[in-house]
Design a protein around this ligand. Structure first.
Ligand SMILES: [Zn+2]
Length: 199
């Protein structure tokens, strides 16, 4: 019994880390998993394993892709290397490129923490530095959510780029966007105007 309880607790702790899942939803998911029929459960576990084994990162923008390709469809087709768009997450990239953006993209993976003054995966900063130094970008567009951490990330990256000796233009999205707005929830029209009004 003690063993079962600790296993249940461990699973609960893992599921609580899923985006948008609180204690109550996590308990419901754990209950659901425990009551699955054996064949359904085995399919779930093997699919979960497969998705991890078949996942890698695009070598250009670092979005998640399946392991059998080197780059994502967008980077594979993109011919405009005059500018670079930096975003926080995969979904932000999807939203931005759906609005006729052409140019390179880079996914930072997280925002800078105001308190810790770093990002969750600092190795991504090294890849960003390599990309900026390797390509002679005319412009780098920083497209983060209009939140305290988004603003802090913009400031920190501007400092980093200057440290690398980057001499091109650095721009941010034009703010018709309301304060606190997360990129992923913006509609294509707002994104388009934010991109064309960048400054
Ligand atoms: Zn890519």
């Amino acid at each position: 019994m003690t063993y079962n309880t600790s296993v249940e607790e461990k699973l609960l702790q893992i599921i609580k880390k899923f985006p948008g899942v609180g204690q109550r939803q996590a308990s419901r998911i754990v209950y659901f998993l425990r009551t699955l029929k054996n064949d359904e459960f085995n399919t779930f576990v093997s699919t979960l394993k497969n998705i991890k084994e078949n996942t890698s990162y695009c070598s250009e923008c670092f979005c998640l892709i399946s392991s059998n390709s080197a780059t994502c469809d967008f980077c594979g087709k993109n011919k405009d290397h005059s500018k670079l768009l930096v975003v926080e997450k995969d979904i932000d990239k999807d939203v931005m490129v759906s609005s006729h953006y052409s140019g390179d993209v880079f996914i930072l993976g997280s925002l800078f923490s105001v308190i810790k003054n770093t990002i969750l995966n600092p190795e991504r900063l090294v890849s960003l530095k390599d990309k900026v130094l390797k390509n002679n970008y005319e412009e780098i567009i920083l497209a983060f959510s209009d939140t305290k951490e988004g603003q802090f990330t913009t400031d920190r990256l501007e400092d980093e780029f200057k440290k690398y000796g980057y001499k091109g233009k650095i721009s941010v999205l034009g703010r018709g966007i309301s304060t606190g707005a997360e990129i992923e929830y913006l509609d294509p029209k707002t994104i388009e105007s934010a991109l064309s009004n960048r400054k």
